[in-house]
Design a protein around this ligand. Structure first.
Ligand SMILES: Nc1ncnc2c1ncn2[C@@H]1O[C@H](COP(=O)(O)OP(=O)(O)O)[C@@H](O)[C@H]1O
Ligand SMILES: [Mg+2]
Length: 227
């Protein structure tokens, strides 16, 4: 049935939350959806899944341990862009490992939600960026943007980078929106007007963001990802 690549305007904008919530909602609708974090960096937690993002995604995908190595095929234990981490650790990033895990998950499941790392111009290898990974996976991009001063600029830059690489964009999700602030509340419609990319979700700033995983259908038109 396909999949989607969840990217963002930055790190910390809500990609993991949106990825887990979409997987959760699709599974509740009876679709065998799973998530993936192809490349992760960060503190080594000394757990079966070293990446916290991968653990959250695996939990909501209902995966068993036999699939853990496919959820996050590459982990680098330095909190930095992958290319930076690979230089610091003198560790090559094996993209074949990433694509082989990707192909296996796509063969086994109906729908795959891939979480990117940081934003689209995060370097993975020299001259190879997250946007190139999206293109090579052949998935449409969903852009998560944090509604805050600066978001129009960050989102339009992200859309432009995707278009230059020929990456299709299914939509933008505005996250952490303070509806009491007219600038934040209206940023999504201005992005849609200027770029022509539909805003398919708006998630408020939540006291308990984990609640959004259960109630994502209230905030995001995830059904549009299936067409
Ligand atoms: N709508 C929201 N309201 C409040 N907190 C949020 C919201 N969305 C995400 N968060 C929190 O912000 C942090 C960053 O979100 P995360 O999904 O990990 O971002 P990313 O994957 O882009 O780095 C997390 O602690 C998450 O729980
Ligand atoms: Mg994340």
């Amino acid at each position: 049935m396909g999949g989607v690549f969840v990217t963002g305007t930055d790190t910390g904008v809500g990609k993991t939350l949106v990825t887990a919530a979409i997987v959760h909602a699709l599974r509740r609708d009876g679709i065998d959806a799973v998530g993936m974090k192809p490349v992760a960096t960060g503190v080594d937690r000394d757990a079966l899944l070293k990446s916290m993002d991968a653990e959250i995604i695996a939990r909501h995908s209902g995966m068993d341990r036999s699939e853990y190595e496919l959820v996050n095929p590459v982990f680098l234990a330095v909190e930095a862009a992958p290319y930076m981490a690979s230089i610091m650790l003198r560790q090559e990033i094996d993209m074949e490992r990433v694509f082989s895990a990707y192909r296996r998950l796509r063969e086994r499941h109906e729908f795959l939600v891939v979480e990117g790392i940081g934003g689209v111009m995060v370097p993975i290898r020299k001259g190879y960026y997250v946007v190139d990974l999206i293109k090579d996976m052949g998935l449409p991009a969903l852009i998560v943007a944090r509604a805050r001063l600066g978001t129009i600029n960050h989102t339009l830059l992200t859309i432009d980078a995707c278009r230059r690489r020929g990456v299709e964009i299914v939509g933008v999700v505005m996250n952490m929106v303070d509806h009491g602030n007219p600038v934040e509340a209206n940023a999504g419609s201005m992005i849609q007007e200027l770029s022509g990319v539909p805003v398919i979700g708006s998630i408020p700033l939540l006291a308990n963001p984990v609640d959004a995983i259960d109630s994502i259908s209230r905030y995001v038109r995830y059904d549009l990802l299936l067409t």
